[in-house]
Design a binder for this molecule. Structure first.
Ligand code: GBP
Ligand code: ZN
Length: 277
């Protein structure tokens, strides 16, 4: 199984999971149909299904157009708000596409019906993959638009966190650098955060994606996966992991939002040329 990473819109990812023998393909989060149709054509693959993580339009806007082009297309997801939905999935439901297997993981919080998809191929030595949408990002997690810290704790620690450590993480957005800058604020002495941030900046310089990471790696640098660590607890002033999660999310929401500030008196004086020699 090959995963093709497709960057679209401002910082979104779409994915195409390709079964090499049959040339069948499954799309994850088909936001931009035109781009996907071009790639399907270029790769010579047949689109069998779309897996949608959540109803935000930057993850599913292309569904209807793709369904028009492929009348037998199945569109999976857990929310009525998802366009062209044909199959409503539930937690732990398993789907099979040739040799490719999908386990649907219900991870509500970013949205009330968010789904992650754990994917592996029969008789294949490759590591499995998880398409984590806007639940788990590299070095961070999604905003809690329709859920609570308790839900995100369960998502990250009990549902995604118990998948095999070598599982590759393909997330919904390229948010890695801002996430790791926040992670460094949480754990300023962390060599794991510093190394991943330096690597992510080098990738960015080359205009390359930072996906995938692995679940095992996330436990080393992602503060939201480290809510039981003493350093993260100290930073938040809490010990209960759900409360740690809650405080972390609020702090991240307020982290480095550049505010429109009127210039201070010194700057005004400079601008008026008062300090000219
Ligand atoms: C950054 O950090 O790079 N650009 C900023 C964050 C997912 S997209 C932008 C942002 O808020 N991204 C969302 C998020 O959850 N980020 C986690 C974080 O900042 O830590 N979205 O496009 C977002 O879900 C959206 C679409 C939101 C429709 C609401 C609706 Br309705
Ligand atoms: Zn979203």
């Amino acid at each position: 199984m090959r995963v093709k990473v497709i960057s679209v819109l401002e910082d979104n990812y779409m994915y195409l999971v390709i079964e090499e023998n049959t040339k069948d393909a499954i799309a994850v989060d088909a936001a931009v149909s035109k781009r996907l149709l071009e790639i399907i054509k270029r790769e010579g693959v047949t689109l069998k299904a779309i897996l949608t993580t959540h109803h935000h339009l930057d993850h599913c806007r292309g569904n209807e157009e793709l369904a028009r082009h492929h009348p037998d297309l199945r569109v999976y997801g857990a929310d009525k708000r998802i366009g062209a939905l044909t199959n409503k999935v539930s937690h732990n439901e398993e789907l099979k596409f040739g040799h490719i297997n999908v386990r649907c993981l219900f991870t509500p919080c970013h949205t009330a019906t968010h789904m992650c998809y754990f994917v592996w191929e029969d008789d294949c030595p490759d590591a499995p993959a998880v398409f984590s949408g806007d639940t788990l990002f590299i070095g961070g997690c999604g905003r809690f638009f329709e859920g609570t810290a308790d839900q995100m704790y369960k998502n990250l620690m009990q549902i995604l966190g118990t998948l095999p450590k070598e599982t590759k993480v393909f997330c919904g957005h390229e948010h890695t650098i801002p996430n790791l800058k926040f992670a460094l604020k949480v754990e300023p002495d962390s060599e794991a955060v510093k190394a991943k941030l330096a690597w992510a900046k080098a990738r960015d310089d080359e205009d390359l994606p930072t996906v995938p990471s692995t679940l095992g790696e996330e436990f080393y640098y992602n503060p939201f996966m480290r809510v039981t660590e003493e350093s993260v607890q100290k930073f938040t002033g809490k010990t209960d992991p759900v409360e740690v999660m809650d405080v972390l999310r609020t702090m991240k929401d307020n982290f480095k939002k550049p505010k429109e500030r009127p210039p201070g008196p010194a700057l005004v004086a400079l601008e008026w040329g008062l300090f000219r020699p």
